[in-house]
Design a protein around this ligand. Structure first.
Ligand SMILES: Nc1ncnc2c1ncn2[C@@H]1O[C@H](COP(=O)(O)OP(=O)(O)OP(=O)(O)O)[C@@H](O)[C@H]1O
Ligand SMILES: [Mg+2]
Length: 214
């Protein structure tokens, strides 16, 4: 179980506290969805959880043990809101093979199939893919890495509805074995995908009651 306890985050460059007293528990098998308007702190929260940013107060623990930033970076896989800023490979194939030098063609093809990129040209530069394809490539990279905690920032952005439904189905499957946290400003697209729904409002997190989740 991943547990966040009273996280407060205010980077030196921020005028106000961005995250205020965040408490959250996330379990494998129970995907968490955090909805919030633009600027509510969704991306910042994922940066703190994944060890890319350091909170001023609070605690992030895994199976009851507090984790430092380095341990969190190791344990978490993030699919970023703007994946194009994070690609390192010169081609799609290289991107998939980062950290997997011995990746077999079969496993690579499976990962691409899962995210609906079976037809992709492996020699293409990741930056030249469409926004939705970039997001799915970044997800395929994380599927290959199999982090214990998977964090997705706006996973439905740039996906048309047919692909979106496939991606949501895939995420439901992934969530059975991994802790999965999704942040989004369009929760209505997820339907009943998560029973653990939260609302982030100006850095404060509240549980959305189950009655509201028809
Ligand atoms: N390093 C930083 N320094 C200063 N301000 C920051 C920093 N990071 C985030 N902020 C501010 O914190 C607030 C929350 O930003 P964040 O990117 O987490 O929001 P978000 O919910 O992801 O928004 P969006 O839906 O537009 O992606 C914003 O007002 C942003 O300007
Ligand atoms: Mg964001």
């Amino acid at each position: 179980m991943l547990e966040l306890k009273s996280l407060h985050y205010r980077p030196a460059t921020a005028e106000q506290t961005i995250l205020q007293g965040i408490n959250l528990q996330a379990h494998a098998g129970k995907p968490v969805m955090i909805a919030g308007a633009s600027g509510s702190g969704k991306t910042s929260l994922l940066e703190v959880i994944s060890g890319l940013a350091k909170p001023q107060e609070g605690d992030v623990s895994w199976q009851g043990k507090t984790l430092n930033e380095r341990q969190r970076r190791w344990l978490c896989g993030v699919v970023f809101q703007f994946p194009e800023r994070h690609f390192l490979g010169l081609t799609v194939a290289q991107e998939l093979r980062l950290g997997h030098r011995r990746l077999s063609n079969e496993i690579q093809t499976q990962a691409l199939n899962k995210v609906g990129l079976a037809q992709i040209d492996l020699r293409k530069a990741p930056e030249r893919l469409s926004g939705g394809q970039q997001r799915r490539l970044a997800l395929a990279v994380q599927l290959l890495r199999k982090p214990q905690i998977l964090l997705l920032d706006e996973p439905t952005a740039g996906l048309d509805w047919s692909v979106r439904d496939e991606v949501l189905e895939l995420l439901a499957k992934i969530a059975k074995e991994q802790v999965l946290i999704v942040v989004t400003h369009e929760p209505e697209l997820f339907g009943n995908w998560s029973r653990m729904t939260y609302q982030l409002n100006h850095g404060t997190l509240t549980r959305v009651s189950t009655q509201q989740q028809t």
